[in-house]
Design a protein around this ligand. Sequence first.
Ligand SMILES: Nc1nc2c(ncn2[C@@H]2O[C@H](COP(=O)(O)OP(=O)(O)OP(=O)(O)O)[C@@H](O)[C@H]2O)c(=O)[nH]1
Ligand SMILES: [Mg+2]
Length: 213
Amino acid sequence: MKFKKFMALICTFVIMFSNLINVSAASDDVVKAVLLGDSEVGKTTMFERLQSGEFNDHVSPTIGAAYVNTKYGNNELQLWDTNGRKDYRHLLMMYCRGVSIVVICIDCANPNFDEWVEYTKNDCPENILICAVVTKTDTGNTADKLARITEKAKEHHIEELCFVSAKTGEGIEDLRKMLSNATNRVVAARDETARAAAARAAAARVWQLEYGC
Ligand SMILES: Nc1nc2c(ncn2[C@@H]2O[C@H](COP(=O)(O)OP(=O)(O)OP(=O)(O)O)[C@@H](O)[C@H]2O)c(=O)[nH]1
Ligand SMILES: [Mg+2]
């Protein structure tokens, strides 16, 4: 038993260490996004469904994190799947470094945004795009319930929202579109910032030429 625990600990450290090397791998051209949400809301199942198009109902609880890069036109998104367990919460910060998009994942049976919106505001970089996915919509949702969740998301200033069932596949295309939109918005904002900086630098050069200072 002790040996098993020891090996599990070693594995956790190896995975975390290899992730650490990649954590800041997103270059300026790549937009980094992270899936956040309570354990068991279905982050990994959805993450896998996005990649394979299939529902795997035997995914293991995530240890550390994993990522996948996806091209949306000329832009590239690096999407991280994290683990939601409370006792690993202090490690999440490491995966949120350099992130531009947070995707809060909420189980439609228990749509509690508060904790994760709070976490995002306190522990993620400023000026990030906050999106949300309501998961497991196959588990008895009603139009009324979804409308209430949409209202709550607005109250929390969630900028993009979609509803997904990794089991039936419903909403997966909407999720893809949401990720693509969010990626393009981040790149457009970066371009705008770069243009503004170039314009400021050009104005400073003109000033220098005219007034010699
Ligand atoms: N009915 C239904 N079950 C789902 C769906 N998505 C995931 N599940 C189930 O929910 C459980 C938890 O899924 P995970 O993907 O491991 O959850 P997670 O958020 O990655 O959990 P952590 O890795 O611990 O943070 C599994 O038993 C899944 O089969 C869904 O769309 N519908
Ligand atoms: Mg997981």
